[in-house]
Design a protein around this ligand. Structure first.
Ligand code: ADP
Ligand code: MG
Length: 223
C-alpha cells in the first residue's frame, strides 16, 4: 500500500526536528520581528521550544504526546502574542490525532484544519492581516485540496509546504492589521511577518520530517 502513514509512537522525532529548526533560526526570526515589531519573536519561540525539548528528554512519548507537550509548554510558559496562539495550534493538532496508532494523511488533514480554526478563533486574524494565519490557512487549504483530489500523503505534504512558503512571501506586501506591527500602519508594508516566517519554517520542517517517515511511500521500481 502506498503512502500509508507512520507510527504515532515513532513520531516524536518530527517534533524534535521542529524544535531544532526554531533553535537554529531564532536569530533570523527575531531580526524579522525587529523590522516592524519588538525583535523578540525568535527568542520567545526558542525559549518555549527549548523548554519542550527538556520535557521530552525527561518523558519521551508519541508524536501526539510531543505535540501536546509543546502546546502545553507554549500556552503556560511563553508570553507575548505567540505563546497562546502557537500553544493552541499544537494542542489542537495533538487533540486531532490522539489515540491513533498510525498517523495517516487524513489525520494530518484534521490536525491542520483543527489548528487553523482554533488559531483564527483565538486571535481573530483573517488571511491578509499579516500574521501566521497567512501561512497556516493556505497551507491547510493546499493540503486539504490535494487530499480531496485523491493524492497520497507525501504529495499532500509537498503541496502544504509549498503553500506555506508562498504564504510567508505573501506577507511582504501586506499591511499589518493585528498585533504590535499594526501600530505602524502603512510603514509595516515591505517586510515579512515574523509569525508567518516561523509558521512556514515549522510546517516545512514538519512536512520534510513526516515524508521521511512514510512507509510504503515508494514509487514502483522501474523494470
Ligand atoms: P509580540 O508581538 O507580543 O512581541 P511575537 O513577536 O512573538 O509577539 O509574535 C509576533 C507575531 O505574532 C506577528 O508576527 C504575527 O504573526 C503574530 N500575531 C500577532 N497577533 C496575532 C493574532 N491576533 N493572530 C495571529 N497571529 C498574530
Ligand atoms: Mg515581538
Amino acid at each position: 500500500m502506498a503512502d500509508t502513514g507512520f507510527a504515532n509512537a515513532a513520531g516524536e522525532t518530527i517534533v524534535r526536528a521542529m524544535i531544532v529548526a526554531i533553535q537554529e533560526n531564532a536569530k533570523d526570526l527575531s531580526a524579522i520581528d525587529g523590522a516592524i515589531g519588538d525583535g523578540d519573536h525568535g527568542i520567545n519561540m526558542a525559549k518555549g521550544f527549548t523548554l519542550c525539548a527538556e520535557r521530552l528528554a525527561a518523558s519521551p512519548g508519541s508524536f501526539t504526546d510531543a505535540l501536546g507537550t509543546l502546546g502545553q509548554v507554549l500556552v503556560t510558559e511563553i508570553g507575548g502574542a505567540m505563546g497562546p496562539l502557537y500553544g493552541t495550534l499544537f494542542e489542537e493538532m495533538a487533540a486531532a490525532g490522539r489515540g491513533e496508532q498510525t498517523i495517516t494523511a487524513e489525520t494530518v488533514g484534521r490536525m491542520l484544519s483543527g489548528a487553523r480554526a482554533a488559531v483564527m478563533d483565538l486571535g481573530g486574524a483573517q488571511v491578509g492581516d499579516k500574521t501566521m494565519v497567512d501561512v497556516l490557512s493556505p497551507a491547510t487549504d493546499a493540503y486539504a485540496g490535494r487530499l480531496a483530489a485523491g493524492a497520497g500523503f507525501a504529495a499532500c505534504l509537498a503541496a502544504m509546504a509549498a503553500a506555506a512558503e508562498q504564504g510567508r512571501e505573501s506577507t511582504r506586501v501586506l499591511v499589518a492589521k493585528l498585533g504590535r506591527a499594526s501600530r505602524l500602519g502603512e510603514r509595516s508594508r515591505g517586510v515579512l511577518d515574523a509569525g508567518a516566517s516561523s509558521c512556514a519554517l515549522l510546517l516545512v520542517t514538519m512536512a520534510r520530517a513526516m515524508t521521511g517517515m512514510l512507509t510504503g511511500d515508494r514509487p514502483p521500481s522501474p523494470r
